[in-house]
Ligand binder design. Sequence first.
Ligand code: NOJ
Length: 534
Amino acid sequence: MKDDFWYKNAVFYEVAVRAFKDSNGDGRGDLRGIAEKIDYLQILGVDCVWIMPIYPSPLKDDGYDVADYYGVDRAYGSLDDLKGLIEAAHSHGIRIIMDLVLNHTSDEHPWFQSARSNRSAPYRDYYVWSDTDQKYKDARIVFVDTESSNWTWDEQAGQYYWHRFYSSQPDLNFDNPKVQDEMLNVARFWLDIGIDGFRVDAAPYLFEREGTICENLPETHAYLKRLRSFIHEHYPGRILLCEANQWPEDVRPYFGDGDEFHMAFHFPLMPRIFMALRRGEVGPIRWVMQQTPPIPPDCQWCTFLRNHDELTLEMVTEEEREWMWKEYAPDLRMRLNLGIRRRLAPLLDNDRRRIELAKSLLFTLPGAPIIYYGDEIGMGDNLDLFDRNGVRTPMQWDSSPNAGFTTESPYTELVKGDLAFRNVNVTAQLRDPHSLFHTIQKMIALRRRHAAFGGSSMEWVEIGNPTVAAFVRKNGDDVVLVLSNLSHDVQSVVVPPQYREDCLDLLSSCVVSLGAELELRPYSYLWLQLPNGE
Ligand code: NOJ
């Protein structure tokens, strides 16, 4: 595992630890459970697993409310279990990254307990306090469905404290050099254990300044660069992946000159893949790719369709958001904050063609794709569950009681209805050569074999039909023309003269002779390898 640039053409996989596999019969998934399933992840073909927070936590935000940065919540196992998981993963050629929650702690963290006790408490200055709730008025509220202000009055402290997320998550004060150093110690601790990097939670919010939106501030970038240079110096080959739900031009600085993050999620692309699929029109994807600036050569975008949060609609216009809600969240229970709390398969009406097409786009557009656990088998969601818990239900391993997730009663209700475990599960899909799992496995294997997908080059091909996405990916001699029919009708496209050749259809392994015109079945996609150096 020596390649320092491994992330550039990697396939990532996000795991909610509590939901993946219970190894000890307490009804909750744990680190040993993931280790038990490493073979499965290897068969799927993923290169790196991102595990959601495992820190001790009161779980008011599923572990993003950290009560101790130097431990593992007993529900998930122990530090030794984490080491065991990393070892098991590495022996299968898989890396493990975890969340680094810099911006805030739980209100149950001992630092906050000390800080709130009195004004001269040693940890008082670890948090952001004020006598008024009128400061930083330009900062938006993220959890609009649950919070009405970014300030909460603390009776014991006799002051307001600042928080960008739930009021149970007070923000750390990064103006305090001790906080800055402490968080480097946290990073060091996990890197010494062997973790391959971090998904840095809520990166834009570290500092507050009056008269700004308190996001993306120069001070924040300066600190993140310090974190990067620390990693670069002491832990080469480990990565930082940025969670900044921002427009591409605001995310771009998080890559710096190749001296800040290695990777950043591409938030604005995600809803536009769904828009394009619903409208049957490539416009939204082309638009967002045009807005996407080039990034330094050692950096990479991380692209995704779904994750553990709501499908966020922050990076669209208000009009587009209303349209997305109307199309994809007709039942009001599906809406949450500025997004949609549904999984991939139900969002696409469990239509196999559209699910495959969405994945095909994910795997062929620039960036390193990440799969949300369970989406490779088309798992459903459970709208009866609170907030985002509806998309964090137990992995559906087989058709035995409790989906093979646990031998005891699971921590939560499972998915009900058509996409429940008796219909949708890993064991059945592994057995069926035509399953969604196998299609995705194939896409991953092809991606791995073709350097074109890991490069940065992408050129749109004019084929005279806006219903079809047509682009070429190229890296050295490897050139792949990708065609995707976004509509439910047969579409024909004009093949530009330079592509009228014999090419290899990568998904079927057949040779296709491209003529002047080509017909594409509804929602079909083709990955065509062009003769060398086209
Ligand atoms: C982003 C995480 O993805 C989300 O789940 C969490 O609630 C917030 N950051 C706060 O940590």
